[in-house]
Structure formats: C-alpha cells, structure tokens
Design a protein. Sequence first.
Length: 320
Amino acid sequence: MQLKFNKLLVLLLTLCVNLVCAQQSEQHIDGVYKSSGAAFVINKNKTFLIIAYGTLIKGNWKIENDLIYLQPKNPAAQFYVYARKNPTIKSGMRVCFMGDRLSSAILVGTFPDKMQPLFNEDANCKDFPSVHLFNEKMDTITLLERENQDNDRGIEIPKLMYHFASGDFNDFIVQHMQSSLYHNDFVLKIGKEGLYAVSDKSDEPIRKSTKEEEFSMLEELKFLDQSFDRAFDADFKLVNNGYNTHDDMDQEIELAAYRYDAGKNLYLNRAIPAKELDYKSTDYHYDGILMKFDQIKGKSEPQTTVKILPNPIFIANCDN
C-alpha cells in the first residue's frame, strides 16, 4: 500500500511540475517571431496569426511540455453560398463564382442528373469575376469538387457534396475554399532564446520581438485578424458591381455610412450625391453602391455518382 501511495505521489508531483512549466512558458510566449519571410504573431488570448507573402493563417495555440502547437483554423466547408433578392432579374438566377482555384473539377447544378463542370478542362485565361446567368432557377444548388490537386500536406479533406436551397433568392455568390487553404499544425520548440523549428532540426532560434516593433500601426494587425474571419466564414459579403469584396478593401466598410434602397435592394453611399452614383461602375475600389449577400446554410453528404453534362458553364481558352 505504501509503495502504491509513493508512486501516486511521484506521478502527481510530475504532473504539477509540468503544469507549472507550461504556465510559466505561456506567460512569456506572446510576441512576434519572424523567420524566412513569415511572421508568427502569438497572442495572449491563445490565438495566433501567421503572416507571409500571399498567406494569412489564423488559429489557436497550446503548449505541451516544451512544444507549442499552432493549430490553424481550416475551412469548415469547401463551399460557402451567399444570396440576395435582385429585382432586376425577372427569370432564372445569377451566380458569381469566387476562389483562386476554380476549375473543371468543380461541378455545379441540380443533383443528380444536371451537373456541369464549372470550366473547360484546359482553361487558361479566366477573367474576374466569373458570373453566369442561368435561364432557369434551381430550387437547390448542388456543388462538389471531384479532386484536390494542390494540397501537398497530406491533409485528408472529406469528399462531400453540398446542397443549398435557393428559397426566394435569385442572386448568389459561391465561395470556393480550395484545398491549399487547409493546413496541418505548426510545431515549434520553446527555448531560452526563442522558438526553434522542429521539422528541420535547426539550431537557429526564431527570436521574439514586440508587435509595436514589427507593425507601424497596430490597427493594421487588427484588420488582418478580422479580414481572415470575413474571408473564411463571413455572415455576409458586401460587393460592388465588379464583385470586389469588402475584405479586399483597405478597411472594412460600415453599413451605417450607407442609405438602403429597398426597391433596388442596394446600399448607397451617403457621402456621394445621388446624381453622381454610378450604378454600372466596375472600378476595383468603387464603394458608392454595394450589394449585400447574406450567407445561407446548406447540407452536406458524401459524394455519389452524378450525371455530368458535356458543356461547362465557362469556356476559358486563350489559345483559340
């Protein structure tokens, strides 16, 4: 009995020591760590940002022993759909497809016998935005991606198809979250002089600095944090006539600065005289008139056999 008690006591003491070490590490871990063109921003609230050229990753972190695990927030679905009522569309429906990897692997249509490839097989010159006016309105929009070719991280993304009821809406944005946006955990070792990369066994520390030292304006860092949320799972999207979204702008747009036109279902900038509003502008930063698309929820299920129609929705081939 005494032997068992001593073993239990040693175990409890070990656990307590590990917990104290972890707590001490967490107290001093927050800061900015820059390495090879990337900045790791570790926040006290257990969130982090990884900022690099063309890359923004956000998630939560935890510490186990002398390792810090950065756990990215991966997309909850491969497709998000946003919708609005457009009084100018008298029949059918309009859909804008957004994403950096739109291809023939994406199928869209009515399940199971009216599914079309989004693009032709050898698409090589796509214009933005990719907008299509369907002659007939689908009661349910079905979306799926047949293959993920651009993820080399070994992340298994479930092969699902997604169904979105169109309801009373007739104007839609489909946001595709390509497989390259999915990330494994980043693991770093905590040392006295900073963090150390575990994957390449490097002895060179990634030294810590402060947010004030690395960012001239902390509002810039706050904007990056918020723009990630808007891009990944926004409740709504605000776009102009050229489908430039509010998370691509220099700052978030406040709807309070707009007057709502119920007849047109548009938001008009209060600072611009009515006669100067350009309803057809496709300028990248034009924010005089905005459309608000609200996210609609869909259902997902494992992919099954569908009939693929021969003609894609978009033909993009500069060689012809």
